[in-house]
Design a protein around this ligand. Structure first.
Ligand SMILES: Nc1ncnc2c1ncn2[C@@H]1O[C@H](COP(=O)(O)OP(=O)(O)OP(=O)(O)O)[C@@H](O)[C@H]1O
Ligand SMILES: [Mg+2]
Length: 281
């Protein structure tokens, strides 16, 4: 497996925090094409870690390698061409004067021919449902619409690693589903695309390839979702909860029916239970 991201002994403290370390000796790696969810309580350091990964903050110590390249000032161009983040707050992310120029902004630094650029802007505006707003300015858009534009801008760049830091938290349920489908589609088209999702949605985490749990700036647990969420008490002890489907599975297990570990959806669960019922009838 090709490691697209490697984090070694990362430490970070904000100047204003007077010695309270925000990221504590964090090490992990992410494989190319993986879909990783990063979860943890408010203030556990997730957004700080996202900023460090994208080199928007500089680590005090430790190393981050993106696609084998050490993240430092000298390699900034390569870093910007490899990894990008969409944050939760759309107002701090809108740079262009119109939707069109905002989506185009990141592309302009990349010597992409004008025609190709227009094609990409149109394609991604369309994919996030903003094709009718290309000439609108940010003041004319809702928060969720601005967020769709930010998502289009990052996805259009064709990066190796895309981080969503609660990027869909502001979207309506339909919008969340649209973006989930879009990411799924993009990963199908390009299996090398690595996606890191920072989320409070444990149901999403349960369906990802791997979960990393951050607690007070440290990695608390890391692994496949079915393993990470196995110890309910441990998860509850750090203010998180376990996925709903897993709760159902645990209740069913108390009645003597063990549902296989890889059943992680309501559909999967009902299929399994129907299968069992049919055997009995
Ligand atoms: N710009 C900043 N300056 C000083 N301290 C900060 C700054 N940003 C975050 N912090 C502090 O760092 C810690 C981690 O914050 P961070 O935003 O990384 O957490 P988070 O896990 O993303 O939380 P949430 O789930 O609420 O988004 C918090 O204690 C926070 O107060
Ligand atoms: Mg955050």
């Amino acid at each position: 497996m090709n490691k697209v991201l490697e984090v070694k002994n990362l430490n970070f403290t904000y100047d204003s925090q007077e010695g309270k370390q925000t990221i504590k000796n964090v090490s992990f790696s992410v494989n190319e094409g993986e879909y990783v969810t990063l979860i943890g309580h408010n203030g556990s350091g997730k957004s700080t870690l996202a900023k460090l990964l994208a080199y928007l903050l500089e680590p005090q110590s430790g190393e981050i390698y993106i696609n084998g390249v050490l993240e430092n000032e000298k390699n900034i161009r390569k870093i910007r061409q490899s990894i990008g983040v969409v944050f939760q707050n759309p107002d701090n992310q809108f740079i262009g004067s119109t939707v069109e120029s905002d989506i185009a902004f990141g592309l302009e630094n990349r010597a992409i021919p004008r025609e190709k650029m227009i094609e990409l802007v149109n394609k991604y505006a369309n994919l996030v449902g903003m094709e009718k707003y290309l000439n609108k300015s940010p003041e004319e858009l809702s928060g969720g619409q601005k967020q769709r534009v930010a998502i289009a801008g990052i996805l259009a760049l064709g990066l190796k690693v895309v981080i969503f830091d609660e990027a869909t938290a502001m979207l309506d349920p339909e919008g969340v589903e649209d973006i989930k489908d879009l990411i799924l589609e993009m990963r199908k088209e390009n299996p090398e695309l690595t996606f890191i999702s920072i989320t409070h949605d444990i149901e999403e985490a349960y369906l990802s390839d791997r979960v990393i749990i951050l607690n007070d700036g440290e990695i608390f647990l890391e692994g496949k979702p079915e393993d990470v969420f196995e110890d309910e008490k441990k998860i509850l002890s750090i203010g998180l909860d376990i996925p709903f489907v897993l709760k159902l599975k645990n209740k069913i297990a108390l009645k003597g029916i063990n549902v296989p570990k890889d059943v992680r959806t309501i559909d999967g669960l009902s299929e399994f239970l129907c299968g069992r019922l049919k055997q009995k009838i």
